[in-house]
Design a binder for this molecule. Structure first.
Ligand code: PMP
Length: 295
């Protein structure tokens, strides 16, 4: 299968306020964001031309930058409009949407107070990862060796590029062993999240999920909690230790990319994707396409 590299594709990128031809969206090698990790990003999906929870993502984008001590020079409304424009201009109504912001080249040392902040938005096709039958078999997760850092060690609530260093290492290790992804513990040894998605378990008809105190409190995570509540399923957020995993029946991960994806295995633990997971897979796919369901 030949894959076209991301810098070789056709289309339009929104770059510092204007749409530019895809292959012209370049930055200089001496950019602070590249050397010092001063970069934040978002991951969103447009369904039938509408970005799901666009405003929440724009707010989180600006908030991540604030945590990283820089300001994105566009308002939430401007970002929402730019993303919508980018989706429209590229012509595919079902795409993944990737806003990214980084510090530029005016200063190339640890301090970069006066470096300018740049913003780009790219979109590309990324279909749902599995059909329903494959999905309900569940994916297999490795247990990662890297741990989510103490919030005093890294700005863990920002969607900051640097935090993905350990996610990439964990995902590579998992894939080398034949797993789809890895579950990461936190600095205290508690269950935290996957490399790019949050995790839920079920027991006695309730959902259980770790408290998001040192990892990303995903927009999908909050959506799932709301969807479950409207089905009368309560979510308990609490400390979950890895040796408690065998007490759960079902497990799924969720995130913009993963949507809701059941899990069959985490290291030595086995789960049986069941009714609660299937209900939430279906309710989430209905929630992201409200027009299709109203019609
Ligand atoms: N955790 C991490 C590390 C992620 O990268 C993501 C994907 N953005 C999530 C959780 C899920 O977040 P969301 O539901 O907002 O996409």
């Amino acid at each position: 299968m030949s894959v076209v590299a991301f810098d070789q594709r056709e289309g339009w990128i929104w770059f510092d306020g204007e749409l530019v031809p895809w292959q012209d969206a370049k930055l200089h090698v001496l950019s602070h964001g590249l050397h010092y990790g001063s970069s934040v990003f978002e991951g969103e999906r447009a369904y039938d031309g509408t970005i799901f929870k666009s405003t929440e993502h724009s707010e989180r984008f600006r908030h991540s930058a604030e945590i990283m001590d820089f300001e994105i020079p566009y308002s939430v409304a401007e970002l929402d409009a730019a993303k919508a424009l980018c989706v429209e201009k590229n012509g595919d109504p079902n795409v993944y949407v990737r806003p990214v912001a980084w510090r530029g080249s005016e200063m190339m040392a640890v301090a970069a107070q006066s470096a300018t902040v740049h913003v780009a938005i790219g979109v590309w096709p990324w279909p749902s990862m599995f059909d329903m039958a494959t999905k309900m078999k569940g994916i297999r997760l490795d247990l990662a060796e890297w741990r989510r850092p103490d919030p005093r060690t890294a700005p863990s609530s920002a969607k900051a590029a640097g935090l993905y260093m350990i996610a990439t290492l964990s995902k590579h290790a998992a894939e080398r062993k034949g797993y789809a992804d890895a579950l990461m513990l936190d600095w205290q040894g508690r269950v935290a999240e996957c490399t790019g998605a949050n995790v839920f378990f079920t027991r006695d008809g309730q959902l259980h999920t770790p408290i998001a105190d040192c990892f990303l409190d995903g927009i999908t995570r909050r959506t799932v909690i709301d969807l479950a509540r409207s089905r009368g399923i309560e979510t308990v957020e609490h400390r979950i230790m890895p040796d408690e995993l065998s007490a759960f029946n079902e497990c799924f991960i969720c995130g913009t990319g993963a949507e809701v994806t059941p899990v069959s295995e985490i290291g030595p633990h086995r789960f049986q994707p069941g009714n609660i997971s299937q209900t939430l897979v279906e309710d989430y796919s209905a929630a992201v396409r409200p027009q299709a369901n109203a019609a």
